[in-house]
Design a protein. Structure first.
Length: 767
């Protein structure tokens, strides 16, 4: 323990950040398809997660821009953001023109390209219409550099891809449902999952309320940091509820039952040792511990105290005749077997390739061993003296309960009834492997996110296509082919998606540019004289531009490309890769089928991928559970023989069936976490049966497992109240399973005719 304390001091008191992980993605396995896909997702997620979008709205424009300026200045000063972008400078506005103007001879929109291929003569008429339109803004300089006005159409098409926004007084603005809005974006100064940055959100909220009151505007926001902060606060709240609630319940229980401070101190000692060793070991091996793992690990309080309760109950029953070493020897075999079999339940979770579950498994297993070692090594020394003669509480009730279990009808009818009811529930149960069960998303944040998307026309989804090529030119051509197919889906009467964003929309391939160049050259040759005559020009319109393709390197070097660089992965191994970000996917199966039919195209959807993995690993965990149960059964056969071994395992086995069946009756969908709960039911429930199988003193054993069950129920009962669906379903399964395991534990006890009959008869007559 001294070594543990030194290690914890090094881990938590150093200058490094606290080894507490809050990123929900850290719980998930690496991409199972290929490393390139995982790199793509990380780049997209990283680029989007570190941004926050604010939308300032007002019915009156007079205060809108002033509110935007004041709000931008205030939030830039709180240390939350490294950059706040509220206005677009003149140089930034001109960046697109500077990038594309030297290459204007080979840049065409799809509509322009079709026109030049099929009806090039209409281009002359389009120029005349623009000139006679008083709102077109065509200048003599523009006409001299681009007589057919092709470049302005190309820039206009690029502008449409930025969403519903336009530039007004330097701000990005838009109108929506009769209200005026301006858009402000901010880049976080660190990770969205940083507790230090999340702690600044209340100050940001205060600024928002102040601006709303001062300028009579509305403020909406969205960003990963808000969801991350909600998850962190929820996890902390649940840790507090589970850990503190369980601790208070355990303290009250020990005080009422043992009426002495020593059992309370000893119990807290074993709990503390278990938690500290588990925490230090987990951080040492994984580098960090996730809050999600701590939520489950907090339930260790209700499990690690089991061995303490058996020791302390033995001491209470012995009274003045207490001998610590003798008392330990009477329970040593039972608690050792219980600890080993519980470890089987915990460690089987290590087979699931989820870092969060592996942390939980290690945390629970190490904590359990440390609590066991505390009881075996320290209790005989610290509790060497007797606690005096005290009667066991509820002796009459326990005697009556044990007497009832001596009746053959009860030993058969009650287990059969539990199995029958739970089987009916199992048939009604369904499966739901959706990864989003791991996080409860608050309605207000989701509503604001949807409002921001509707106002700005932007979509922050993370469904994408990964496209690869041997060379940048080959990659750009592949992006163009995919883009043409996606355009067809968008135009379809039943669209599979609402839109997409691809670098091919901003940088055509050299092949495409060369074809455009040839079309423009032909246009000048065929219709240059006609245009000059129509405009009354003295000189013939001539084509003097050289072919100078725009390259991806040119684009990436330009400041105009800053918002889009995250789509380019560059060279990854032997391949070049880029991502097409999909928007509003309504029929993912259509996209998946299309991607599967294309070479070097891969559909990526992290939520769908991991949800699918959940289903696969749920099947694997089911198989592991069957193997664990078989291993425990073989140990029981070796220890007790076939008949008694079946009796010993029957209670936890039936409890597992009940844990699954109750999900069907309550409407809680089954998932991987329910099955992991079965490991705990089996590991904890076998303890109850083992003590009845090993001990002849029925009342002492019943009191000990009752106290153990109550402490466990305190922990997992609170887990079932969690707002997170995965934790809730886990808690419901374990809660009902542990109750059933306690209820049926006397099945493991040999039937002794006449035992406890007198006390039971007296109590039952009074009832």
């Amino acid at each position: 323990m001294l070594a543990t304390l030194l290690l914890l001091g090094k881990q938590f008191l150093s200058d490094r950040p606290l080894p507490i992980e809050t990123n929900i993605l850290a719980l998930l396995p690496a991409n199972q398809q290929q490393p390139l896909a995982d790199a793509a997702f990380k780049q997209i997620a990283g680029s989007l997660s570190d941004k926050v979008i604010f939308v300032v709205g007002s019915n009156d424009k007079s205060h809108l821009f002033e509110a935007g300026r004041e709000f931008s200045q205030q939030i830039a000063s709180i240390g939350l953001f490294k950059q706040v972008t509220s206005t677009v400078s003149e140089s930034q506005q001109q960046a697109w023109g500077k990038l594309y103007f030297p290459h204007r001879a080979q840049l065409l929109t799809t509509e322009q390209r079709n026109q030049l291929e099929n009806t090039p003569e209409q281009r002359v008429q389009a120029v005349l219409q623009a000139l006679y339109n008083p709102f077109s803004g065509v200048t003599g300089q523009e006409l001299a550099s681009d007589p057919f006005l092709l470049f302005r159409g190309y820039l206009g098409e690029l502008g449409k891809r930025s969403g519903n926004v336009r530039i007004e007084q330097g701000f990005l603005t838009t109108d929506y449902q009769g209200k005026h809005y301006l858009l402000i974006t901010a880049d976080l100064s660190g990770s969205a999952y940083s507790p230090e940055l999340q702690a600044k959100l209340p100050e940001l909220a205060a600024i928002e309320h102040s601006i709303e009151s001062q300028f009579e505007v509305s403020l909406l926001h969205t960003g990963v940091i808000y969801y991350a902060a909600h998850g962190t606060n929820s996890a902390k709240s649940e840790i507090s509820t589970i850990g503190v609630g369980s601790l208070i319940g355990v303290v009250l229980l020990l005080v009422v039952v043992f009426r002495s401070p020593l059992p309370l101190v000893l119990s807290l000692l074993s709990i503390g040792c278990g938690l500290l060793v588990a925490l230090a070991t987990t951080v040492a091996i994984f580098g960090k511990i996730h809050l999600f793992s701590l939520v489950f690990g907090a339930s260790l309080i209700g499990v690690s105290i089991d061995y303490s309760l058996h020791f302390l109950t033995e001491r209470l029953a012995a009274g003045k005749q207490w001998q610590a070493n003798k008392g330990l020897s009477q329970i040593f075999v039972a608690i050792t077997l219980g600890m080993l079999m519980s470890l089987v339940g915990y460690l089987c979770m290590m087979a699931a390739p989820f870092p969060g579950l592996q942390q939980l498994s290690l945390f629970s297993a190490v904590g359990l061993v440390a609590a066991y070692a505390t009881v075996v090594c320290w209790y005989p020394i610290l509790a060497a003296k007797s606690g005096g003669d005290r009667l066991l509480p509820l002796r009459g009730a326990m005697a009556a309960w044990l007497a009832i279990w001596q009746r053959p009808s009860v030993r058969i009818a009650l287990p059969v009834f539990c199995v029958a009811i739970s089987v009916l529930g199992t048939f009604r149960a369904g499966y739901d492997d959706d990864i989003r069960q791991l996080q409860a998303l608050p309605a207000d944040l989701k509503q604001q996110e949807q409002s921001v998307k509707a106002i700005t026309g932007m979509d922050g989804g993370q469904q994408m296509l990964l496209v690869t090529g041997n060379k940048p030119e080959q990659l750009l051509q592949a992006l163009e082919r995919v883009g043409q197919s996606l355009d067809g889906m968008v135009r379809d009467k039943h669209p599979a998606l609402a839109g997409y964003q691809s670098l091919a929309q901003y940088v055509p391939s050299a092949k495409w540019q060369e074809e455009n160049y040839q079309l423009v050259s032909n246009l000048y040759q065929q219709y240059g004289s006609q245009l000059a005559n129509s405009l009354g020009l003295q000189k013939t319109v001539e084509f003097k531009a050289d072919f100078k393709p725009l390259t991806m390197d040119d684009f990436l070097r330009s400041p105009a490309s800053a918002p889009l660089r995250f789509l380019w992965l560059g060279k990854q191994g032997d391949l070049f890769a880029s991502v097409i970000l999909l928007k509003g996917v309504t029929q993912p199966d259509v996209i998946i089928s299309y991607a599967a039919s294309q070479p070097n195209v891969l559909y990526l959807d992290k939520a769908r991928e991991v949800s699918s993995l959940f289903g696969i690993y749920r099947q694997h965990v089911t198989e592991l559970f069957a193997l664990a149960a078989l291993g425990i059964l073989l140990i029981l056969f070796w220890r007790y023989g076939v008949v008694k071994g079946i009796r010993v395992i029957s209670a936890p086995a039936i409890a597992c069936v009940v844990g699954v069946g109750i999900a069907g009756f309550t409407g809680v969908p089954l998932n991987l976490f329910n099955l992991l709960g079965l490991f705990l039911i089996l590991g904890i429930g076998i303890d109850y049966s083992l003590f009845f199988a090993e001990r002849s003193q029925g009342q002492t054993t019943l009191l000990a497992i009752t106290l153990s069950a109550v402490t466990t129920i305190l922990s997992f009962g609170l887990l079932s109240l969690s707002a997170t669906q995965a934790i809730h379903s886990f808690g419901v399964t374990v809660l009902t399973g542990i109750l059933t395991a306690w209820l049926l534990a006397p099945l493991a006890r040999d039937r002794v005719v006449g035992e406890d009959t007198a006390g039971a008869t007296a109590v039952m007559e009074k009832v």
